[in-house]
Design a protein around this ligand. Structure first.
Ligand code: DGL
Length: 272
């Protein structure tokens, strides 16, 4: 099965990474719209335009299903894309439901891009599941920028987080929901602010489970035994992934090394 996965940038790689673990053996086409990242500060019309282009591109490349590995694009465009194209199109949304259901009493923080936080999709979700009004929403647009620069643990990132969390009492929180796929790269840093007992929830595993379900595929029995990191060419060939950055096929050594470093980082921060 040929599955397209796209995002504004490298955030979606965390979804592909999870797919390698949970659904190895499929053919993936990964598309990062690096020319237009970040989406999280663009207008809905702009985002809809980009996602349309990418969807058409992936269909042309033979995608039989598409994962919009971007909460921002999902909140703006998913309805429209499903209306226009006749293949399974899966989106992502902040994992508020499992956070609410898996915890009690204390508060839940959702971090996401400004667009995701503003859009009705998240408001509707909160309306449905956050009956006790335990969820706080916090936009963190600069994390996307840091991730794209491959800055995951610098003092600048730490200071940014410190600044953003300044008005919150961390002891009030039992869960942190990562409502943007770019935010996965920073997991160890959030831990410096939240206690070890705070749940950290991203939507990646749930998305891949849903994908398997929709496509009638079986999940891997040994998702942690896949070896990808020895040789990025091996990774690209054996796992049959095509990588595109805004329509440009990635085959040069420098960018492949970049992708390899990102996969290594994702493996390092992945919850086993
Ligand atoms: N990775 C995207 C998300 O999940 C958006 C990042 C951006 O381009 O602002 O929301």
């Amino acid at each position: 099965m040929k599955i397209g996965i796209f995002d504004s940038g490298i955030g979606g790689l965390s979804v592909l990474h999870e797919a390698y673990h949970m659904l190895p053996g499929q053919n993936y086409i990964f598309y990062a719209d690096v020319e237009h990242v970040p989406y999280g500060t663009k207008t809905p019309d702009e985002i809809l335009g980009y996602t349309e282009e990418i969807t058409k591109f992936l269909l042309n490349k033979g995608a039989e299903a598409i994962v919009v590995a971007c909460n921002t694009a999902t909140s703006v465009a998913i309805k429209e894309l499903r209306k226009r194209y006749d293949i399974p199109i899966l989106g992502m949304e902040p994992a508020v439901k499992p956070a609410v259901e898996g915890t009690d009493q204390k508060r839940i923080m959702v971090i996401a891009t400004p667009v995701t936080i503003r859009e009705d999709k998240l408001r509707d979700l909160l309306h449905r599941v956050d009956e006790e009004h335990r969820v706080d929403l916090l936009p963190m647009p600069r994390l996307v920028e840091f991730a794209e620069k491959e800055e995951f643990e610098t003092e600048e990132v730490r200071n940014y987080l410190k600044e953003q969390f300044r008005d919150y009492n961390m002891d009030d929180y039992c869960a942190l929901v990562l409502g943007c796929t770019h935010f996965n790269y920073f997991k160890p840093l959030y831990r410096e602010f939240f206690g070890p007992e705070t749940l950290m929830i991203d939507g990646n595993k749930g998305t891949i489970r849903h994908l398997a379900d929709v496509l009638g595929l079986s999940l891997s029995n040994s998702p942690d035994n896949v070896v990808y990191f020895d040789n990025v060419h091996k990774m690209l060939c054996e796992l049959s992934t095509e990588y595109y950055f805004s329509g440009k096929n990635i085959s040069d050594e420098k960018t492949l090394e970049h992708l390899k470093r990102l996969h290594n980082r994702l493996e390092e921060v992945r919850e086993k």
